[in-house]
Ligand binder design. Structure first.
Ligand code: BTN
Length: 330
């Protein structure tokens, strides 16, 4: 990666124009080197305005994720966690999937400022762009096997709702299994997504790589690339969120929820999950992996996190995976 790329981006992070000449002088490099750094940033999807006579600027101001600032937000518990922040990486989940089997520490949070190949659920891509999303993965090692982790992704959803409430986002809801939504004037918009990948034995020890992407402030450009209604957290609050402080809050909440999950399983979170259920009593369709669609009314989740649906033909049916769509009924 171009060594000058992030230093140049940090100059531009105030969202104001800076001339190529001034940046070159600041770093004692040539203007061509600055131009090269700008062009490399653009190749990574960073939107940069270039105006003759004014110089370069980002499309908005950006607060970079910074290890020290995240630790400061965590406070006295910071030493419990291994925090690593990349400038650029393909996918924080991929990083931990590679490193976890080599002994990467328990309770690690790996975040990145730019993610070039973010993975979403069901083989989708997760779109993210500098300053527009908070993207990180958390490694948690369980003494129980993967078979005992049903409902884990729902418990993580509960944890995120708790963190969102702490930064005054009170209206967030959960869409089974684990999307975080905001009801924006009657339209459900996605605020955050969770992708959990498991390693280890079914009944021995296991490791969960918990990937989380939270929209902070979406540009028109990014919105146009997302295949569903989406919203950024800064559209839900009066004062812009400080992403480093927010990540510290999330890490502490996650550790508390995961420790409880380890000892009590999902049942402990069932009632709280239901209280944030965006689908409750709604007419839904659930698309299964084999292409079949089931229609019914959502009833909530059982004590292992499976979705219960009241169907006309077969009464209550339970699903542990599937893609849910809310149906509009006249
Ligand atoms: C989804 O809703 O489809 C899940 C999205 C999860 C995205 C996050 S961003 C950080 C982590 N790294 C990835 O490659 N994916 C997850």
């Amino acid at each position: 990666m171009n060594n000058l790329l992030f230093p140049v981006l940090s100059i531009l992070s105030d969202g104001k124009f800076h001339s190529g000449e001034m940046i070159a002088k600041h770093f004692n490099v040539s203007r061509v080197s600055v131009w090269q750094a700008i062009s490399d940033a653009e190749k990574l999807g960073v939107e940069i305005f270039s105006v003759r006579g004014k110089g370069y600027s980002l499309s908005h101001s950006v607060q970079f994720i910074d290890e020290m600032k995240v630790k400061k937000s965590i406070g006295e518990m910071a030493s419990w966690f291994n925090i690593k922040v990349f400038d650029v990486i393909d996918s924080t989940n991929n990083f931990l999937m590679q490193e976890a089997p080599k002994g990467y520490p328990h309770a690690s949070c790996v975040a990145t400022n730019i993610q070039t190949n973010g993975k979403g659920r069901r083989g989708r891509q997760w779109q993210s762009s500098l300053g527009e999303n908070l993207t990180f993965s958390f490694l948690w090692r369980f003494t129980k096997g993967a078979a005992a982790l049903s409902g884990l992704s729902l418990a993580v959803g509960v944890s995120l709702i708790r963190s969102l409430k702490k930064v005054n986002v009170d209206q967030a809801l959960l869409k089974w299994p684990n999307d975080i939504l905001i009801n924006d004037d009657g339209v459900y918009k996605k605020l955050a997504g969770i992708l959990i990948e498991l390693q280890g034995d079914m009944d021995g020890q296991s490791a969960a790589i918990i990937g989380i992407g939270i929209n902070l402030e979406l540009s028109k450009n990014q919105l146009s690339k997302i295949d569903q209604p989406a919203i950024g957290i800064n559209q839900c609050v009066e004062e812009k969120i400080n992403p480093n402080e927010f990540l510290g809050i999330i890490i502490k909440d996650l550790a508390e929820v995961l420790a409880k999950f380890e000892s009590n399983s999902f049942e402990h979170f069932q009632d709280e999950w239901q209280s944030y259920d965006a689908l409750k009593e709604q007419a839904i369709s659930i698309n299964l992996r084999d292409g079949e669609s089931i229609f019914g009314r959502a009833k909530g989740v059982n004590n292992s996190g499976a979705l219960e649906v009241i169907t006309e033909e077969d009464g209550i049916k339970t699903f542990s995976s599937g893609e849910v769509t809310i149906r509009k009924v006249e």
